[in-house]
Structure formats: structure tokens, C-alpha cells
Design a binder for this molecule. Structure first.
Ligand code: AKB
Length: 319
């Protein structure tokens, strides 16, 4: 049975991934970690405070829990990375380097989430292929490109079993994303239900690749469980589900909540969004290890609103 360490487990992806991994492997087999001290909710036997840039702490946790697999989610996202470029470089680059070095030493399997942020203004915007121009304009994107190259290097030079996906914007209801450019596609649902109005920080025609969390979890588990011989790309796979504009998202929410209104006030994140592709070609992931998405825009919006409504009712019941 695997013994798994999840770094950055308190983030948007980590919160849902930990639940899915615990369902598969059991609670005691999945160790959460993050830079925060454990809260009073944390189970101290399955939570570790960890600064991923500190290699001795990482090694000690791996040895203490006899970890054989790391889902390395700790990182600084695109918008936050522009405000704190040094921290973005340090956490993103040195954190992954430490994980890959540990994987080499202790023979671990590693998952690393890359992003559509590896692409830049000169990348073709539509049907962006696996191998194309990568000229990111953000520090986050620069660290993602470098990290993909590191993954490829460690896989080919040291035999590290590292697997990775270039994730689009992830939409989910359990935890908020923190510091990303695609965060508007999550915030909008909370605002629609709470106040019936939202101020969107990208223009209405901004079209980006997106994915619902259940699809993202299936993609991550799918690539990690695939036979090693099926994984032909060790930098990172293009992966896609749906692409829609901010205006299309608003229109779909309005089919459920006709009174909902959205105004647009683009800020510095518009330039980041404009530098990313609109539609990704993920045919390699589909051919190599059988990736298929399930949720389209209509299904995402319906489920998000139902889940958030259910949570709001539950909160009111306990208030
Ligand atoms: C972000 O917006 O920074 C992330 C991403 C697409 O990598 N969600």
C-alpha cells in the first residue's frame, strides 16, 4: 500500500486531492503538509508543517513516514508570483528541486502540477499543441517551464518516476484558489449566490481553458496509476476539458440565476490571461494514457451552484 505525502495540501487542489487519495489508500496512508502550523482540526499523526525549500525537513518527513509517493502541490500561483517574484522563484524552483532530489535518493514516485502558464504571447492561441513556443511572461510561468525541464531531466538522467500535467484553471467549491489569474471563475459562483453581483477582473471576451475539480482529480489519479510504459512525456502533458469566455460563464450562471449581474473591471491579471492560450490540444494525454474529461460548462455550473447552495444551507442550519 502506498504511503503518500501531499505538499501544499491546504490549497485548492490539495483539499480535494487529499480526500480522493484517502478514499483510495486510507487516512493514515496520506500525510498532509503545508507551511502553516497544524490547526486544532488537524490530525497530528497525518499532518506535518513543511517548508519545501528546506531539504532536511522534507527528508526527515519522508523517512519518518516511509513515504513512497509525493504529490508536490506547494507553489506560488501566477498573480501572487507577480507581486512576490523572488518568493515565487524560491518556493517553486527550490521546492521542486528538493522533491526531485529526494525522489532520486529514496526512489519515490512524484506528481507535479504544471500549468497553461508555460505558454506565452507568441504561443498559438487555439489548439495549442504539446510542443510549441513557450515564452511565458510571468515569473510563475518561467518557474513552470524550468520545473518541467527539471522533471524531464530527472526522469531521463536518474530514472525518477515523475509525472505531470499542464493544468488549466480549476473550478471547485471546497476551497478557494489563492493568487491565480483564473480565480475569477471560482469567485463568480460565490458572489452570484451571496450578493447576486460580481466584478470580474478580466474582460468579458477573455477565453481560457478550464476544468472542473472532479475531472482534475481523475486526471491526476489517472496519470499516476497508468502503467509507466504509457507515460511517454516526462516534462508535462497538455490536458484540457472546456474553454469558455468570462461572458459565456456569466450567461450560463444566469440560466440558473436570472437576476445575476456582472460588471467588468480588468486589472493587471488581464495581461496574464491574454498571454495564455484559449484552447489546448491534449491529444497526447488522450492517446497515451486514456484521458477523457466528463464536465462541460453547463454541467460545471449546475453542479457548482448545487454544491455551494447545499453548503450555504448547512452553514445556516448550524448558525
Ligand atoms: C493560475 O491562474 O495561476 C493557475 C494556473 C492556470 O496555473 N490557476
Amino acid at each position: 500500500m502506498h504511503k503518500i505525502l501531499v505538499t501544499g495540501s491546504g490549497g485548492q487542489l490539495g483539499s480535494d486531492l487529499v480526500i480522493a487519495l484517502r478514499r483510495l489508500y486510507g487516512t493514515s496512508h496520506v500525510i498532509e503538509s503545508g507551511w502553516r502550523e497544524p490547526s486544532h482540526h488537524s490530525n497530528l499523526s497525518t499532518y506535518e508543517t513543511l517548508d519545501v525549500t528546506h531539504r532536511p525537513s522534507l527528508d526527515a518527513i519522508i523517512q519518518h513516514h516511509q513515504v513512497d509517493t509525493i504529490y508536490h502541490l506547494a507553489g506560488v500561483l501566477s498573480a501572487k508570483g507577480e507581486q512576490q517574484p523572488d518568493r515565487c522563484w524560491d518556493v517553486n524552483i527550490n521546492g521542486l528541486r528538493n522533491v526531485l532530489e529526494a525522489a532520486k535518493t529514496f526512489q519515490l514516485q512524484v506528481f507535479f502540477p504544471s500549468s497553461i502558464a508555460v505558454f506565452g504571447p507568441h504561443t498559438p492561441k487555439f489548439d495549442t499543441t504539446q510542443i510549441t513556443i513557450e515564452d511565458p511572461s510571468t515569473m510563475y510561468g518561467i518557474t513552470k517551464v524550468t520545473r518541467e525541464l527539471l522533471c524531464h531531466y530527472y526522469a531521463h538522467h536518474f530514472g525518477v518516476d515523475v509525472r505531470s500535467l499542464r493544468l488549466p484553471g480549476i473550478i471547485s467549491y471546497s476551497a478557494f484558489p489563492g493568487g491565480g489569474t483564473t480565480d475569477f471563475a471560482v469567485e463568480i459562483f460565490h458572489a452570484a449566490l451571496a450578493s447576486g453581483t460580481y466584478t470580474c477582473f478580466v474582460r468579458p471576451e477573455t477565453r481560457l481553458p478550464m476544468m472542473y475539480m472532479p475531472d482534475a482529480i481523475r486526471a491526476i489519479l489517472g496519470i499516476m496509476q497508468a502503467d509507466a510504459s504509457a507515460i511517454k512525456i516526462r516534462s508535462s502533458y497538455n490536458i484540457a476539458a472546456v474553454s469558455f469566455s468570462a461572458a459565456e460563464l456569466v450567461a450560463e450562471i444566469q440560466t440558473h440565476l436570472p437576476q445575476f449581474t456582472c460588471r467588468y473591471a480588468p486589472d493587471f491579471r488581464q495581461a496574464i490571461a491574454d498571454s495564455w492560450p484559449s484552447v489546448i490540444d491534449d491529444s497526447k494525454a488522450r492517446a497515451d494514457w486514456g484521458w477523457q474529461h466528463q464536465y462541460d460548462l453547463a454541467a460545471i455550473v449546475k453542479d457548482m451552484l448545487q454544491q455551494l447552495e447545499a453548503t450555504r444551507r448547512e452553514v445556516c442550519r448550524h448558525a
